[in-house]
Write a protein that binds this ligand. Sequence first.
Ligand code: ADP
Ligand code: ZN
Length: 214
Amino acid sequence: MQAIILLGAPGAGKGTLAEGVRNATGLIHVSTGDMLRAAVKAGTPTGREAQAYMEKGELVPDDVILRIVGERLAQGKPDDRYMFDGFPRTLEQARQLDATLAALGGSVRQVFLLEVPVPVIVSRLSGRRICKTCGAVYHLTNIPPKQAGVCDQCGGPLYQRPDDSEETVLNRLEVYQRQTASLIEFYAQKGLLVRINAGTTPQAATAELLARLA
Ligand code: ADP
Ligand code: ZN
């Protein structure tokens, strides 16, 4: 069981990039943010526990995250190849991921750090819109849908994530600096870090990542 990781601030474009990389490679895309939003929507105990943290832009506790990722990997097969998006986000999560993969005879192969200037991040998040039905991601000016408010792929309604309000966006960036940025050093020391310029277009960032994928 091998894995690559997409690391970067909220708004760096992890989800959009993951879609392009998955389509090009067949890697299995695992987004803890998507899993949590699905749990909130379904009203499961995990969803009820996670919701308050997510609305404030705080991290959901490690034990909750490690449980849902553990359950997901337990359904996998030994030769599965994963792409994690939004996970790990703390040193504890990173250490546990190493242990879990090692127990399954695998490891983290590469960690792609998506680098984007802060003003670009703020504009991306505040303009972001998401399909309520299929989860496709749009942006009011950068990736507009053909018809305003309607998903190109499935016709579902588009909405703004509650944690994309300006105040929560600023808190999420602070949380990233405080709790997640230390992972850059953690993976750099292991020789796994690959820096990607994700400040231009999704196409350019996806092409750069694919070119550097081992
Ligand atoms: P973004 O990267 O844009 O913040 P995500 O969809 O990855 O968006 O995450 C949304 C929210 O879900 C986070 O703000 C956090 O509350 C929660 N979350 C997602 N992944 C994790 C994780 N690995 N650890 C803790 N909380 C997480
Ligand atoms: Zn849709």
